[in-house]
Design a protein around this ligand. Structure first.
Ligand SMILES: [Zn+2]
Length: 338
């Protein structure tokens, strides 16, 4: 059994391979670990391997079950996640899933349900799944994935066997990004560096134009000298508005900007305290730190706090312009005082 769709996670793959080979596969698992590291992909790969009819290496990719898995038409697998507008997995969805796992498989030997981001289950929905978890049908397999297991209902968490996933290395993320031929190598390197171990984050950075906002706003902001006024908050707001006329995608873009900004300042902080490794921008950081008027450790910490504050404002639906203006003013004041 091999899981080729997923790059990295070798220990987790070996663990699952052994479990299946030794016929020890249980009925419920919790795949935990950061977002965008392959949890759902591996759950689907496992389903494919379990369904595959080949006698040799599985999944073979050519049998009827493998092909149906690839076309997402296999009748014995169900993938569930929060409905976009609600951001929660409600009781109706949970009942549908519970029902799915009690009906005999149509063509495979198992029925497999995957719940993505299971921390989004409402309490009511979680409770309705307890019966499925406590008295599963012999053919049922339920895989929950979560990047925030501390937010999972304890009753659910205690009944599923946890399988841990780790953050990816920058090289593994580059490998994943290179499967998209339209991406240039410079984009791949940029996104992998800022992705914090998550291929999902890397794609998010690229899809939201993170590289442009970095060179157009963040780099000038960090390179700006003492007392320089910043007119950059408008650029961020304009950039956010290019995504969509709807507020939520615009807010998501501003959140992306704030995450990148925070990474850049963290590098400067590492430079200041003499930390050996700069994860994000090793070339620029020493130049930024050396310029006249660059903030010291306490200034950088105050800037981090201002970024957190802006994130909170964005999350609590304060107008983007206000949140950004306040942030840029605070950064300008701190830079000026440095
Ligand atoms: Zn097959």
């Amino acid at each position: 059994m091999r899981f080729d769709s997923v790059i990295g996670q070798d220990r987790t793959k070996q663990l699952l391979q052994r479990t299946v080979e030794q016929n020890r596969l249980g009925h419920s698992y919790l795949f935990s670990g950061p977002d965008g590291v392959g949890k759902t992909l591996l759950a689907l790969d496992l389903a494919k391997a379990l369904f595959c009819r080949a006698t040799g290496e599985r999944p073979c990719g050519v049998c009827r079950d493998c092909r149906m898995m690839e076309h997402e038409t296999h009748p014995d697998v169900l993938v569930m996640q929060a409905q976009e507008e609600k951001r929660l997995i409600g009781i109706d969805q949970a009942r549908e899933l519970g029902h799915f796992l009690t009906i005999m498989p149509v063509q495979a030997e198992r029925r497999i349900a995957i719940i993505r981001e299971a921390e989004n289950l409402t309490e009511e929905a979680g409770n309705s799944l307890l019966k499925t978890l406590e008295e599963p049908a012999s053919f049922a397999l339920l895989i929950l994935t979560s990047s925030r297991i501390q937010s999972l209902l304890p009753t659910i968490r205690s009944r599923a066997q946890e399988v841990r996933f780790s953050p990816l290395t920058p090289e593994q993320i580059r490998q994943i990004l290179r499967t998209r031929p339209e991406l240039e190598e410079a984009e791949v390197r940029f996104a992998a560096r800022f992705a914090n171990g998550s291929a999902g984050r890397a794609f998010g950075i690229l899809d939201s134009g993170g590289r442009e906002i970095f060179s157009e706003v963040i780099a000038p902001l960090l390179a700006a000298g003492r007392g320089e006024a910043f007119e950059l908050s408008d650029s961020v707001a304009d950039w956010a508005r290019t995504t969509s006329s709807k507020l939520e995608p615009q807010r998501e873009r501003v959140r992306e900007f704030l995450r990148l900004l925070s990474c850049a300042w963290r590098d400067l902080l590492a430079e200041r305290v003499g930390a050996a490794e700069l994860p994000f921008m090793p070339e620029q950081s020493s130049q930024w730190a050396a310029r006249p008027g660059a903030p010291g450790v306490s200034g950088i910490l105050r800037i981090e706090e201002a970024i957190w504050n802006a994130r909170r404002m964005i999350d609590s639906n304060v107008a983007m312009n206000l949140a950004l203006q306040e942030l840029f003013e605070r950064i300008a004041r701190i830079q000026k005082a440095a």
